[in-house]
Design a protein around this ligand. Structure first.
Ligand SMILES: *Cc1c(COP(=O)(O)O)cnc(C)c1O
Length: 366
């Protein structure tokens, strides 16, 4: 089956026909042909993609990306732990919300949705409050597409011996990085972002020594990160509870296709080219970006909505969808925007076609 439109959203995103076809078979979750040959291979490949450093391991977890964030926060913070969260968008705010739900003490550093936090501010906060044990931040804040300076921020947290949780949901496999070089303790991403799989589970790549300290700390049975890891580790890829088999098999195919593309390096280049062409094309049509160029990620871009009195997002959206492109509504609180993602099975030629479709969808100019 072919797709009728291209999803220019940050996940779920457009997948390849190969990934979709990989879901057409059922699997027995007791046998080695699933556990050892698919799940274990995935776990191993993920660690290799994330870092060249030893000491890291991976856990796959059912649910959307948020379930993995919740699992990590709920399992890694001890009873008297305190979390410091960078909040410059909906996903940072969500981490704080998770902490509140789980009754975990939490402090926010909120530079505003169109700014990155300052390293000095972070350092001051950490010095002022030594009870902070964990530091959580989002890499690419999908709300605006802003790319947080994780290297500088994590370095400060590490100087103060904090455990670091990185939400790299929308950046892992789409941007070059080594989480070992960065000294990240827990990195979270999900199947339906830059690896280009379908939704249904996410994964955590963690320092094994840190993961082992999560034993007995989880605030939820099904989201117990340590137990999930232990079961996979001791039983060769066995999931504790029902495994999303078709999604997992599709993810395996997506990892193969990532390798065929030339790895993260090549994919990151494609995404960066997509984003550059997108911004240039949109500017030619008269659109302005929410963020300054130096804050952009190569993942998703927020554009100001036209101020023309006849402009309505829904109409614009439908006219684009009719031509085969699905864009994303805005999510920032203080500006009227829409967003266009450029990750997934999307190539520079698609962006070219999008800009053309865009010029036909600008009905308010007629
Ligand atoms: C997609 C995403 C998530 C997870 O969202 P779900 O809807 O739960 O999959 C978390 N953080 C970021 C930065 C994301 O882009």
């Amino acid at each position: 089956m072919k797709n009728e439109y291209l999803l220019l959203t940050p996940g779920p995103l457009s997948t390849s026909e190969g990934v979709r076809n990989a879901m057409l078979k059922d699997w027995c979750t007791w046998d080695a042909d699933y556990n050892k040959d698919i799940v274990e291979v995935i776990r191993c490949k993920l660690v290799t993609l994330a870092t060249k450093h030893a000491g890291y391991t991976s856990v796959l977890m059912q649910g959307s990306g948020t379930a993995c964030v919740e699992s990590t926060i709920g399992s890694s913070l001890p009873v008297n732990g305190k979390l410091l969260v960078i909040n410059n968008g909906a996903y940072g705010a969500r981490m704080a919300q998770i902490a509140r739900y789980l009754k975990i003490d939490c402090q926010l550093l909120s530079p505003g949705e169109t700014n990155v936090p300052s390293v000095t501010q972070l350092e001051t906060l950490l010095i002022e409050d030594p009870s902070i044990t964990h530091f959580a931040l989002v890499h690419c804040e999908t709300t605006t597409g802003i790319l947080n300076p994780i290297q500088e921020l994590i370095a400060v947290a590490k100087r103060h011996n904090k455990v670091v949780i990185l939400d790299a949901m929308s950046s892992f496999a789409g941007i070059n990085m080594d989480i070992g070089d960065l000294d990240v303790d827990f990195m979270i991403s999900s199947a339906n972002k830059c690896v280009q799989g379908v939704p249904g589970f996410g994964f955590i790549i963690a320092k094994q020594s840190q993961l082992e300290q999560c034993k007995g700390q989880a605030r939820s049975l099904s989201l117990d990160l340590y137990d999930q890891w232990l079961c996979m580790q001791n039983h060769q890829g066995k999931w504790r509870f029902t495994s999303p088999t078709h999604t997992v098999r599709a993810f395996y195919q997506a990892l193969m296709e990532l390798e065929e593309e030339g790895g993260i390096h090549s994919r990151a280049k494609r995404y960066a080219t997509n984003q550059k062409n997108l911004v240039a094309g949109m500017r030619r049509l008269g659109f302005n970006t929410l963020l300054a160029d130096n804050l952009h990620s190569p993942i998703i871009t927020a554009f100001y909505s036209p101020t023309h009195k006849n402009y309505q997002f829904n109409e614009f959206y439908l006219r684009l969808k009719e031509q085969g492109f699905v864009i994303y509504p805005g999510k920032v609180s203080n500006a009227d925007c829409f967003r266009i993602g450029n990750i997934g099975e999307v190539y520079p030629d698609d962006i070219h076609r999008l800009i053309d479709a865009m010029s036909h969808a600008m009905y308010w100019r007629d």
